[in-house]
Write a protein that binds this ligand. Sequence first.
Ligand code: SF4
Length: 645
Amino acid sequence: MYGWVGKILYVDLSKGKTWVEPLKEELCKKFLGNRGINAKILWDLVKPGIDPLGPENVMIFGTGPLTGTTAPSSGRVTVTFKSPVTNLYFKTNVGGHFGAELKFAGYDHLVVLGASKKPVYIWIDDDHVEIRDASHLWGKDVRETDKMIKEEIGDKDIITVCCGPAGENLVYFASIMVSVYNAAGRGSGGAVMGSKKLKAIAVRGSGQVEVKEPEKFYELALEVRRKLSQDSGAISLHLYGTSGSVAAVNELHAFPTRNWQLGHTDKIEYLTGQYLVEKGYLVRSVACFGCSIGCHRYVMVKGGKYAGTFTGGPEYETMSALGSGPEVYNTEAVIKANELCNILGLDTISTGDVIQWAMESYERGVLTKEDTEGIDLRFGNEEALIELIKKIAYTEGKLGNLLADGLKRATEKVGKDSWKWAMFNAKGLEQSRVDTRVAKAYSLAFAVNPRGPDHLHTETFAEFGASPEAVELIEKLTGDKKWASPYYTEYRPEIVRWHEDCYAVTEALGICVFTSTAAYAVNPANMAEMFTYATGIKMTEEEIMFAGRRIVTLEKCFNVREGADRKLDNLPWRMMHEPAPTGPGKGLVNSPEELNAMLDRYYELHEWDKKTSWPYKETLIKLGLEDVAKELEKLGRLPKATAKK
Ligand code: SF4
């Protein structure tokens, strides 16, 4: 095989067994790799209704056909599992060097089955695969775990993946951490690892990835890298990271502040990527494998009460989740909070959402000082933010335990309408940091996301028209560049549909979505060509986007099989009922009527049934998902109506 290395590694923790199976070419042609093949493995191995924290859940780590090659930003891995937060399909994509290393060790995918009775870690050294005791690592934070494994094996270049104490304690937003600072943050993959007593995976590979047409591939990779070096979005990411865009989003009043009561803060300066550079917090920028953008930041606090704090980030999302959301504008406190989330293994987005919900509940008198065990939980209290992060990770005390269960469960316990200011939707996931009331394609993308309301399944950045490339794309998708504005509801379904397929293809190949749906430098034609030269399997732009649509539909079908329908495609109450209070989009809201109209068109474009949101049998057959159609039909989960011709 070219591009792929041709092997899937299976590790069964219940039986203590490991084995290798060949990766079938048929699977590669249909689902490309990484997120796509992961979704098919999950569909095949996970039966509906299983407990995500039970041994029947499966974790799949997937690389793509471009991972480990000279393709730009080709270090991305997808981890796929059934989420304990949503009880639905979940994939989370992460950078760093784990993907390339896994491929150099000789595997395209790693599938973890079952659960161990005692803590273990998996050691992969090319053909040598071992399940090792991890009792001495249990309870250690992410930084300590990474260091101890490297020392134990005697190789500082090993790449590790692990869960922190939050994952061990089954916190509902525990992340999977890759080499300390890269987070597969969402959906509580960390708790799935914890439930399997899988503390870590360590990998070292000595092989390489062969491509079919090395010269053509190399030339094309260079050309794409040249495009990236001239793209304004990529340049900004290189200079200031994702938090370089904080001020611009704040200008649009789309930067969630004070638990999403506002979309704007006057103190934005302290939360920007530019400030991190100017004030000397930035130690260096870091790149994932093969990436010329290098958007990751490593920052350090050198003096004051947080002296010695050192972490990756803070990313855009973290600046809002742990900064403007709880109204903490001390940059150093935000860096400290970020460090704690990283080393304890918590998703910064959900951590911020639960803490600021608790702050609002406290200020409304719904949570009392007795509930908070003496913590003064007013907005702006940075000590409370930092203390609560630790309490959540270790599920300490009444409040730590309440918040560790995530917003949906916490509001069910607290009651008193507290769900109305809790930022989760019907799927149960906490929303990521874009005020969707003033970004209409985002609102639709968040609502239909099979994970829940966030930007990491489809990011429709082009609707802001922030770069010439983005405006050009909007013109191509809608016929007029005037639609490059986030306030319109017109053509949003068309914009979401294109981005969904493009995002799925990018991830399935193993490259970073910042190259194709933030920078817009890598387009579907480039991806089809890179795929063709790498694998020797000819694929056109249309064919590769069709594969993207197949992946998106299969992910949808996983949720349909679990019982999901249209009712789950919505947004948090605050977004749907409280109009934006300030800014150029003042008065806008994601009303049920507005969202429903966009949903109707979106399902129509997908050739899914509008009433249930389920894909028609004909649609599934057209996409080559006959086996999926058969299974859904058996379960009575295909629409009664048939697709209109
Ligand atoms: S752009 Fe950033 S996230 Fe993407 S591969 Fe490069 S360094 Fe990693």
